[in-house]
Write a protein that binds this ligand. Structure first.
Ligand code: ATP
Length: 238
């Protein structure tokens, strides 16, 4: 079996004296979807920000495609093929949808294929092509989320992290966005890390799950073999 695309090894990180991540380890295989679940404040966002180079760990290692990316800048990590769609669907409000998307193709390797990738993004989200000239600030929450996903795709990631992308969206839009995530995973073979408040949805979508509690990984397994009682105990720490 080939080595995992992402290996997170005993990562520690915090804010001042506060320790938000304690020896957090997990791995993602090529083409796999995994989900990180846990209560508010469990450390999920800190973990993915640390992986993506947006927060510095105090110790531990992140290997991406076998190479150590622990101390690389966020831009370099995106260039290697690891992108994140952060919480809150952030867009450049005054810029058009089209220009917002193009901003995502900054890595050299992605820029060469920008036209072709843009076509792919518009095929995935036809609504974005219809409104490509509109300033992103005039879009609905769901549409802005699609722009944020499209922008991340423009970097041609091999692994994509989604941090609570369904926050504040209607059930119909959430369903549609999850359909696209599965399409991205199946068609492009992109590995996916999902942080999702809706545990049932997360388990339905992911191959494997990891439960975090107070900065630690407390349970992991295959989503289709989950023991509801054990999951509840790990999730709430009871
Ligand atoms: P949620 O599901 O609510 O988004 P989470 O599992 O993603 O939560 P984090 O956002 O990683 O958790 O937060 C982990 C801990 O770190 C929390 O106790 C939080 O208050 C703390 N924390 C997060 N960001 C900061 C910060 N910038 N400064 C200080 N403490 C922070």
């Amino acid at each position: 079996m080939s080595e995992p695309i992402l290996q997170v090894q005993e990562l520690n990180a915090g804010y001042g004296d506060f320790s938000a991540l304690e020896q957090a380890s997990f791995s993602v295989d090529h083409g796999q979807i995994i989900t990180l679940i846990g209560l508010n404040g469990a450390g999920k966002t800190t973990l993915v920000k640390t992986i993506a180079g947006l927060h510095k760990p105090t110790s531990g290692k992140v290997l991406f495609m076998g190479e150590d990316i622990t101390r690389l800048s966020a831009e370099k990590i995106v260039s290697r093929g690891l992108s994140m769609v952060p919480q809150g669907s952030r867009c450049f409000n005054r810029m058009s949808v089209h220009d917002n998307l193009l901003m995502g193709s900054f890595p050299k390797s992605a820029r060469k294929h920008a036209k072709e990738t843009l076509r792919h993004v518009y095929e995935l989200f036809p609504v974005l092509e219809e409104m490509k000239k509109r300033p992103a600030g005039t879009l609905s929450g769901g549409e802005r989320q699609m722009v944020a996903i499209g922008r991340a795709l423009m970097a041609r990631p091999k692994c994509l992290i989604f941090d609570e992308i369904s926050l504040g969206l209607s059930p119909a839009i959430i369903k549609d966005i999850y359909k696209r995530i599965i399409q991205i995973n199946e068609n492009d073979k992109t590995s996916v890390i999902l942080i999702e408040q809706d545990t049932q949805r997360a388990l339905r979508t992911a191959d494997s799950f990891y439960v975090m509690l107070k900065g630690k990984m407390v349970l992991s397994g295959k989503s289709n073999e989950v023991d509801a009682e054990m999951l509840k105990k790990a999730y709430f720490g009871i």
